[in-house]
Design a protein around this ligand. Structure first.
Ligand code: PSU
Ligand code: MN
Length: 302
């Protein structure tokens, strides 16, 4: 088996203890250095405080790893040349001995392979604006349509076409529920301006849905738990609208395409909101990580 599951994660899984998978692209490509390493460690600590074991996922020297030690986390955060790996890139990275951070799609796949059912991230990828011209839709969506995992996120990044992304999730058959809200969260914002059809209010309710997914034995699809950033920690909506418009223009003007689009836009927002978008992003991720740990605990309690 090429997959390396850390001893701590393996023991927790074997003992039926809660484990939360964490994504690494946000560390390597979504957050600025040196803050990114501190955040990576802080998120792992938050999972532990809620009584679960963190399993940050990445590929190092061609080995997909579920559960990283401090040195390995440092490599993801600080090494130049750490790639961004979607699920399609995994075989290429493995065969060539490459190192890379995993996006939601690659993280979800590796977590599911390792038997980790709950996964926390910031915001999912999705359908980009101007999709009709670029056909840019994150591989996150397609992978979640065929992977049995629960993803706790603050919605999809607001740099995307949110209603188109919600529509694609519906078409693909991916379950979506708001956590404590009937509004789909807007990543930096508590409310994207779009509703969700289902609302869950406790970790136990989420775990019940997970069990129902298994009992129904339909297509192996994910459950998205959309957890809003607290309103008092969100980015000012007016600032958000203004800077986002500028960011989208800059992206087009500079001809940024493909994998580079998402990191470019996220970085633009950080620089042009004086770091306020970063704080909102982190507040969202922190909340998601804590909730994911509580869901993992409810899931393992059975
Ligand atoms: N959420 C963040 N920061 C990020 C990402 C999500 O707060 O950097 C990453 C995730 O890894 C997600 C990826 O899977 O962006 C989507 O990239 P793309 O649009 O190229 O599929
Ligand atoms: Mn893309």
């Amino acid at each position: 088996m090429v997959l390396v599951v850390s001893e701590e994660v393996r023991e927790a899984l074997d003992a039926g203890q809660p484990v939360v998978a964490l994504e690494s692209t946000i560390i390597a490509h979504g957050l600025p250095r040196p803050r990114n390493l501190r955040v990576a460690l802080e998120l792992e600590t938050a999972v532990r405080q809620e009584g679960a074991v963190p399993a940050t996922i990445a590929v190092l020297d061609g080995r997909p790893r579920v559960g990283l030690d401090k040195e390995q986390l440092e490599r993801v955060a600080n090494e130049d040349g750490i790639r961004k790996l979607g699920h399609r890139d995994l075989p290429l990275a493995v065969a060539s001995g490459a190192s890379g951070a995993t996006t939601v799609s690659a993280t979800a796949l590796l977590a599911a392979l390792a038997g980790v059912r709950v996964f926390a991230t910031g915001g999912l990828g999705g359908v980009h604006r101007e999709w009709t011209a670029t056909q840019d839709e994150s591989a996150d969506l397609g992978l979640l349509a065929r992977t049995r995992i629960t993803v706790v996120c603050a919605g999809v990044k607001s740099i995307l076409d949110v209603p188109a992304t919600l529509q694609r999730l519906e078409t693909l058959g991916v379950a979506v529920a708001g956590y404590g809200t009937d509004r789909f969260p807007g990543f930096y914002l508590s409310d994207s301006g779009h509703p969700v059809d289902w609302t869950l209010g406790t970790p136990e309710q989420v775990a019940d849905v997970m069990r129902a997914q298994d009992t129904l034995a339909g297509p192996e699809s994910a459950l998205i738990v959309a957890n809003p950033v607290p309103e008092e920690e969100q980015l000012d909506p007016e600032l958000h609208a203004r800077v986002l418009a500028d960011a989208l223009h800059a992206c087009e003007a500079e001809g940024v395409t493909g994998q580079a689009v998402t990191p470019f836009l996220l970085d633009y927002l950080v620089r042009h909101t004086d770091g306020a978008s970063l704080e909102a992003n982190l507040a969202a991720v922190r909340g998601n990580v804590r909730l994911a740990a509580r869901i993992a605990a409810a899931w393992t309690r059975g």
